[in-house]
Design a protein around this ligand. Structure first.
Ligand code: NAD
Ligand code: UFG
Length: 361
């Protein structure tokens, strides 16, 4: 493998377009990009995020580095918005987070998901092609492994999607492969995140889902701050050590750093094609273990209620991390205790997320 350039060598005048940069993973990644010396432009429609999140990123980056951040309020489905973004600056690479991500909502509103995730991404590739920007880091998901038959999940496993959200990720992975095949100048890295949790160590930025959280950690967090009375645990009759499903939780700062590692590879190597990497820790943790770890971090009890299984949940999912470690020189640094510590720090300082008072329900 060719030596990857250091941050210092690489950061010279590199401008990165980050779609969905105001969201959960986006804010953490943008902060790391600014700290790494990159120039960053964000396009986001604030569908699932807000201006305050970007203000916090600017504060954390400090006055000098925050000057390197440019924001466009815009929607990837709107070509005029993209024309403005691409005509005003030249981008060396794109990190594409923007998309809708709630599995249940995608089942209820498939057209919304196909419209947003597919059309937005098609437009993005069209503008990248038009303006000669051919390096892409795409947010994929463990969802493309479906109900994995073999664990740990390795990148060349057979792919399968179980719901409209998952199908958009699967189609978009296939689309990336086709686009790169047709135009070998494209270099595309597909990052398959496992279960990103935690928050920046400052407690100033973190995950702030609108409405009832779909995912385990934001739900636990809202129980811990008193916004919800009890955590529903969906199933304790799985064939696992304590009967609850096992996932590979990964600290969002590790996910953010995985994007920097992916960029370094994109800038260093010519013929990478379109290549997928898992971003996980390689360790599985059960729901009840996660609850116990959070209780320890927060110093308080999380009331739980045992409920029937949630349809479609896999029993056990965790990543094989070898490929990312070997090719990207990246591996996760944080464990469950740090994920819970940082998530609690964010929750206790921001019980209503980026709002100062309870959202109207
Ligand atoms: P998020 O909802 O916090 O961030 C997505 C951002 O994209 C939001 O700020 C939203 O306003 C914006 N957006 C959505 N559609 C847009 C559009 N058409 N035009 C402009 N902006 C738009 O989600 P996240 O957790 O940060 O996830 C980022 C990406 O990672 C998504 O593509 C998601 O599917 C993927 N992913 C997330 C997870 C996870 O557990 N968080 C796991 C695997 C994959
Ligand atoms: N869980 C609960 N109670 C809750 C929420 C979740 O018990 O209130 C359990 C789930 O049943 C599951 C585990 O916690 O056993 C993890 O659930 P998450 O929803 O946090 O995470 P998933 O692994 O189910 O889903 C994640 C992403 C999806 C993606 C999927 C792919 O959120 O977008 O991984 O495997 F599709």
């Amino acid at each position: 493998m060719a030596a990857l350039p250091s941050d210092g060598e690489m950061r010279e005048k590199k401008r990165i377009l980050v779609t969905g940069g105001a969201g959960f993973i986006g804010t953490h990644t943008v902060l790391q990009l600014l700290k790494g010396g990159f120039l960053v432009s964000i396009i986001d429609n604030f569908d699932n995020s807000c201006e305050e999140a970007l203000e916090r990123v600017r504060d954390l980056a400090g006055p000098d580095l925050s000057q390197n951040l440019q924001f466009y309020l815009g929607d990837l489905r709107n070509r005029e918005d993209l024309e403005r973004v691409f005509s005003e600056s030249r981008y060396d690479a794109v990190i594409h987070f923007a998309g809708l991500k709630a599995v249940g909502e995608s089942v209820a509103k498939p057209l919304l998901y196909y419209n947003n995730n597919m059309i937005g991404t098609i437009h993005l590739y069209e503008f990248m092609t038009k303006y000669g920007c051919k390096k892409m880091v795409f947010s994929s998901s463990t969802t493309v492994y479906g109900q994995p038959e073999k664990i740990p999940c390795v990148e060349d496993s057979e792919l399968n999607a179980l719901n409209p959200y998952g199908r958009t990720k699967l189609f978009l992975e296939d689309m990336a492969r086709d686009i790169q095949h047709a135009d070998p100048e494209f270099r595309v890295i597909l990052l398959r995140y496992f279960n990103p949790v935690g928050a920046h160590e400052s407690g100033q930025i973190g995950e702030d889902p609108k409405g009832i959280p779909n995912n385990l950690m934001p739900y636990i967090q809202q129980v811990a701050v008193g916004r919800r009375p009890v955590l529903n645990v969906y199933g304790d009759d799985y064939p696992t050590k304590d009967g609850t499903p096992i996932r590979d939780y990964i600290h969002v700062m590790d996910v953010a750093d995985g994007h920097i590692a992916a960029l370094r590879k994109l800038f260093a190597e010519e013929n990478i094609g379109c290549i997928a990497y898992n971003l996980g820790t390689g360790f599985g943790t059960s729901v009840l273990e996660m609850v116990a770890a959070f209780e320890k971090a927060a110093g308080k009890k999380i009331p739980i209620k045992m409920c029937p299984r949630r349809p479609g949940d896999a029993t056990e999912v965790y990543a094989s991390t070898e490929k990312a470690q070997k090719d990207l020189g990246w591996s996760a640094r944080y464990g469950i205790a740090e994920m819970c510590r940082d998530q609690w720090n964010w929750a206790s300082k921001n019980p209503y997320g980026y709002q100062s008072q309870p959202p109207e329900s």
